[in-house]
Design a protein around this ligand. Sequence first.
Ligand SMILES: Nc1ncnc2c1ncn2[C@@H]1O[C@H](COP(=O)(O)OP(=O)(O)OP(=O)(O)O)[C@@H](O)[C@H]1O
Ligand SMILES: [Mg+2]
Length: 214
Amino acid sequence: MIKLTSVSRNFGERTILEGVDLCVAAGEVVAVLGASGAGKSTLLRIIGGLDRQYLGCAQVDGRDLSTLSESQLAGLRAEHIGMVFQRFHLLDHLNAAENIELPGLFGGPDSRRAEALLDAVGLSGRGADYPTNLSGGECQRLAIARALRNEPAVLLADEPTGNLDEVSGAAVIERLRNLAKEKGAASLWVTHEARVAEAADRVLRLHNGRLETL
Ligand SMILES: Nc1ncnc2c1ncn2[C@@H]1O[C@H](COP(=O)(O)OP(=O)(O)OP(=O)(O)O)[C@@H](O)[C@H]1O
Ligand SMILES: [Mg+2]
């Protein structure tokens, strides 16, 4: 479902990713550990089609991202890829339910689905609240609910428990893992928390631009 072959990314003189190879199958959960600045978010942005300045080959759902037009890439993202960003990217002028329904622009809004997703992440009854009135951890859970909205075939999560306490972090990880297993989503979690990585099927470490098996 996700296949990277020899992917490299430079920022000016600095090489952040160097010949990264990675395969994530449908239904598989892979965690990537790595120090701050190791290139974890960069890796996710490439797979999510948000960074096209890489070398090598990146395939998602059998499609080589470099061959897609911007609109084809937008379509692939909307239909097949769910992303939980490190900095959430919630829209402050939309309430919680509307933020969840946003990826549904292509599939049509469905407020019952928004409610079910809010329940699933422990935000029952908060659909009318705006992100500015939610705590950091609540925003995090809302971002996760939004990423699950279209039951994506590929789920990319950047520090999914970064703002959560141990209990709600564990609940979120269980929810993300269940999605992968029930719906057969290929999941890539980027984290520096070992306890998050423990819930993955496979753990890799990004170090000096390369992915190492742990
Ligand atoms: N657009 C950019 N232009 C220049 N440098 C960048 C850009 N994006 C990222 N970098 C650099 O690439 C390196 C890797 O960044 P990245 O965000 O991928 O790290 P990370 O592993 O996600 O770190 P963290 O755990 O702190 O989130 C950093 O040193 C960062 O400064
Ligand atoms: Mg990051």
